[in-house]
Design a protein around this ligand. Structure first.
Ligand SMILES: O=C(O)CCC(=O)C(=O)O
Ligand SMILES: [Fe+2]
Length: 348
């Protein structure tokens, strides 16, 4: 069996020493880029997560025409069909064995995009779940600011405030069929989601017990390590931990100090390193909340001595000195173009 990923579990739900928690979070973000946020149910109640998963199952079971009518657009919202997205085009021979549905920001509590009629009545519930995720990301942004001693410490949080404008933030439901339903997929050669790093500031990932598949690339750059849904010590929590990972934008913004880790979703068939108690024989559902700063935010130098003095892991001086300042939206567009080849080819 493959070595499972070494990812720390951190509890940020308490009222205790915030500085200490912030420090632990920052060290984990620098060292691993992935962190299990212990789910005590205080930030995101277990039943809100359960209900969101139920809604996601209902959505993917909706008639094909309903989903097709919501096909993903250049605004990154809507439904992406089985094998439509290819996250790692350089390596994959076929597209990802998954379906996905992206919800962008809501306006006045309503979705600002077509929604399948099958789930239209639950629009409020989607909005509420988005809001819980957003609030948790704001809290994490504050902790990162404190841990990196940014002045002011709410520098990152501020850049994510809805009140300052629209952002590319997406709540994404994902459905991966069991291997038995995708016989054309070669368990060894094909993947359910190609190797990639996430585009935004940070991602919250929700998974279900027993459903295998997620792996991260370890620091040697060639070994893949499975990421258990329920790491040791969290078995009795109300819900499995929420998996937090740092995205490319936050890594870029911090000069590479915070690590954006490459990950993928595989068919961990027998002998291929599945975690004990997890399989790929059942349908797999996951939900990702991709948190982005307000689109017009310029990704200028972070006012933190720790970030400033980090030279991006090279000896060539500080990349801030040379690079063009991108906005959050420009950074996102650069990444989207690389993974939706068809969408951008057909319509440009
Ligand atoms: O489904 C998962 O476990 C991971 C999904 C993912 O990495 C993504 O959508 O960016
Ligand atoms: Fe991802």
């Amino acid at each position: 069996m493959a070595q499972i990923a070494k990812i720390p579990v951190i509890d940020i739900s308490g009222d205790g020493d915030q500085e200490q928690v912030a420090k632990e979070l920052v060290e984990a973000a620098i060292e691993h880029g992935f962190i299990y946020i212990k789910n005590t149910g205080k930030d995101i109640p277990a039943d809100a997560i359960e209900r969101a998963f139920d809604l996601s199952k209902k959505l993917f079971k909706a008639p094909l025409e309903e989903k097709q009518a919501c096909t993903i657009q250049k605004n990154n919202r809507g439904w992406s069909a089985m094998q439509y997205e290819t996250l790692d085009p350089a390596t994959q021979r076929v597209g990802d064995f998954k379906e996905a549905f992206n919800f962008g920001e809501f306006v006045d509590g309503k979705a600002d995009q077509p929604i399948p009629p099958t789930i239209a009545e639950e629009e409020d519930q989607i909005n509420e779940f988005r809001e819980l995720c957003y609030q948790l990301c704001l809290k994490i942004n504050t902790l990162l600011g404190i841990g990196l001693q940014v002045t002011p410490p709410d520098f990152f949080r501020d850049a994510h405030l809805h009140s300052k404008g629209a952002s590319g933030t997406i709540l994404r439901f994902l459905y991966y069929p069991p291997h038995t339903e995708t016989p054309s997929a070669d368990r060894e050669a094909d993947v359910r989601a190609g190797a990639h790093s996430d585009y935004g500031s940070m991602t919250l990932l929700f998974r279900l017990k027993g459903q295998a598949g997620l792996e991260i690339l370890t620091q040697d750059g060639k070994t893949w390590a499975p990421v258990p849904v329920v790491p040791p010590g969290t078995e009795n929590d109300p819900s499995p931990p929420i998996l937090l990972n740092i995205g490319d934008l936050l890594s870029y913004w911090t000069n590479g100090l915070l690590r954006s880790t490459v990950h993928r979703v595989v068919f961990p068939g027998p002998g291929k390193g599945a975690v004990e108690g997890e399989t790929d024989t059942e349908p797999r559902y996951s939900m990702a909340f991709f948190c982005h700063p307000v689109g017009t935010t310029p990704l200028t130098a972070v006012p933190s001595e720790r970030v400033r003095s980090y030279n991006g892991g090279t000896d060539e001086g500080n990349p801030y000195a040379e690079r063009k300042v991108l906005t959050a939206d420009e950074h996102l567009m650069m990444r989207l173009k690389a993974s939706y080849l068809q969408l951008y080819k057909d319509k440009e």
